[in-house]
Design a protein around this ligand. Structure first.
Ligand SMILES: Nc1nc2c(ncn2[C@@H]2O[C@H](COP(=O)(O)OP(=O)(O)OP(=O)(O)O)[C@@H](O)[C@H]2O)c(=O)[nH]1
Ligand SMILES: [Mg+2]
Length: 562
């Protein structure tokens, strides 16, 4: 069951790696841990005495996945495969949103695979095809072994349909590992979405989610006579009903999407454990959960996934060599109907850019050099999807890089003509452009990608983050009115020139020299013309930031209705 941690305002989903001893569960986690950027993951922990075989579990978290302003914390766990540790294994399985069953493909391990998979099915009691059930994915690992079964044979031997989600891998060299994780993540998020639609969620406190708590829970199991009962108490105590919200502003949004958490009875070990107060009026303070964009991590070039095969529920097979993992994830996303998951580019601009591929031609190169130097010295990236669908990369605190899913070209001439159009569009808003703005076409594997690079100027969004942290309703109201004016100024220009722009707080900044626009500019595009709609857009953008700040929500409503 996904857990909503009210204090940290994040949702925890768990992916558990199961399978026979020595199948490669720990190896999967170790490889993932190596390739996920340090900035968005915790350390890999293996509590208890150290041994070749896992005695309790291996665990680390990945942050950096976003759901409409809410963070997803994805916890990866691997179980101990040894049969005498079956209680620990079953307990860990009971926490899963998605299970990766790591099968050892060697023929000699067939019987063990069978037994463990059978036990997994019994433990989960999952209904295949039911999106609210725990999702299972089969990874046929050790595909390098000579006496291996193919994944089709394994599916058949486990009585699974050929369309059961599966991947193949050679985890000791990292092949297929990222891909497996991506599919598992999509499955876990699919479950989150299905549960949300059915209005079931769990509340939890941060302390419940720590490695220590998990470790203690496993140790307790050893002394428990009635394992089944403990398991049930531990896993279902916090389940709460979720019911539809009817807040007026939420109706402005797709109200069918909006859900709230109604805490009829305070969940055991819930808010109280952390010292955080439950919202006074849950009708007002609840978040709206909606998956709009997910980006678990960037590829960093390590561990090519050259053995890849993904099969979706509808039987369509994706079988490719050296496909970037995110592309397959996108393929899978349609199948899982997760929503508009955004796939971000995996390669960033390099210093070498051809003549005619950069604007402004001379100073642009200098800005690019600064950008690349900065990136190499201060790694740290986060992606965001703007309302227009443009993708914005925040590079540390110094640069914004903007691109679009369709700004990827197989032909550089095609890329160049779009570059020229983008530059001429940019020039329409010349007086709002920040110093250093550079447009460039860079190589992305065999393809070309267009970027608009902008040195960082503190945006209105960041300004609001600061004000919210200080919880000052007075400053907040002033900032709201100023932000509205700034957006209106830019909008008037855009309307006068018939260009489309993003009226988003994350692409507008107020500087001593005036308002600056960092986003995309499209001639002939549309821009919000209605004052009221503009205010609502600002309010909706800010709302996720205000959860748990009733005073500021009140100021927002007053401004909105004033
Ligand atoms: N040949 C081969 N060896 C692999 C592969 N994946 C993992 N191994 C090796 O298999 C051994 C066991 O891997 P682990 O990841 O520790 O296995 P585990 O599933 O965590 O095992 P338990 O913790 O005992 O349940 C290690 O020596 C790995 O290097 C693979 O794809 N091919
Ligand atoms: Mg292990």
């Amino acid at each position: 069951m996904p857990l909503f941690d009210a204090r940290a305002k994040e949702i925890l989903v768990r992916i558990v790696y199961d399978g026979p001893p020595d199948a490669g569960k720990t190896t999967n986690l170790q490889f993932l841990h190596q390739v996920v950027p340090r900035t968005i993951r915790t350390e890999l922990e293996t509590p208890g005495p150290q041994a070749d075989q896992t005695l309790y579990f291996d665990c680390f978290d990945i942050r950096g996945i976003r759901c409409l302003g809410y963070r997803i914390r994805c916890q990866l766990l691997s179980v101990p495969g040894q049969s005498y540790l079956i209680n620990r294994r079953r307990y860990l399985l009971s926490l899963a949103d998605a299970v990766v069953f790591v099968a050892d493909s060697s023929r000699s391990e067939l019987e063990l695979n069978r037994q463990l998979f059978h036990d997994l099915e019994q433990s989960l009691d999952a209904e295949y095809g039911d999106p609210t059930s725990v999702q299972v994915l089969l990874q046929a690992n050790k595909q390098d072994l000579e006496d291996r079964f193919s994944v089709e044979e394994i599916l058949n031997l486990l009585n699974l349909s050929p369309t059961f989600p599966h991947t193949i891998a050679q985890a000791n060299i990292g092949q297929g590992v990222k891909k497996t994780f991506m599919v598992a993540l999509q499955l876990a998020l699919g479950r989150l979405k299905a549960l949300r639609e059915r209005k079931r969620f769990s509340l939890s406190s941060g302390s419940q989610l720590s490695v220590d708590t998990l470790f203690q829970a496993l140790e307790t199991l050893e002394t428990e006579e009635d394992f089944g009962q403990t398991l049930q108490e531990m896993t279902s105590a916090n389940e709460v009903e979720v019911s539809n919200s009817s807040g007026t502003l939420q109706e402005e949004q797709e109200s069918s999407e909006a859900v709230m958490i109604a805490t009829e009875t305070p969940p055991q070990g819930g808010y109280q454990d952390t010292g955080a107060e439950p919202p006074e009026d849950p009708e007002e303070n609840v978040p709206i959960l909606e998956i709009v964009t997910d980006e678990p991590y960037e590829e960093n070039g390590q561990g090519e996934d050259s053995i890849v095969e993904i099969q979706t529920h509808d039987g369509a097979v994706v079988e490719e060599e050296d496909v970037p993992v995110l592309e397959v994830a996108e393929e899978y996303e349609e199948e899982a109907e997760i929503g508009s998951i955004t796939i971000y580019p995996s390669e960033l601009p390099q210093i070498a850019v051809r003549a005619g591929h950069i604007w402004p031609p001379a100073t642009g190169r200098e800005y690019l050099r600064q950008l690349v130097e900065y990136r190499d010295t201060f790694p740290g990236e986060s992606w965001e999807t703007l309302p227009s669908g443009s993708q914005l990369l925040h590079l540390g605190t110094q640069w914004h890089l903007l691109t679009q899913p369709e700004w990827r070209f197989t032909d550089s001439n095609q890329g160049r003509s779009v570059l020229m159009k983008v530059v001429s569009d940019q020039m329409t808003m010349k007086r709002f452009l920040p110093e250093g703005k550079t447009v460039l076409l860079t190589e992305e594997g065999e393809n070309w990608r267009l970027w608009i690079c902008t040195p960082h100027v503190p945006t209105l969004w960041e300004q609001f983050e600061g004000i919210v942290a200080q919880q000052s309703p007075g400053d907040f109201s002033i900032a709201l009115r100023k932000a509205e004016r700034s957006l209106q100024t830019i909008r008037s220009q855009a309307l006068a020139l018939s260009v489309g722009i993003d009226l988003s707080l994350s692409v507008v900044a107020e500087t001593p020299l005036g308002v600056v626009y960092l986003g995309e500019i499209i001639s002939g595009g549309e821009t919000l013309a209605d004052d009221k709609a503009l205010k609502h857009a600002i309010a909706e953008e800010l709302r996720p930031l205000l959860y748990n700040h009733p005073g500021l929500i009140q100021s927002l409503e007053m401004w909105l209705n004033g």
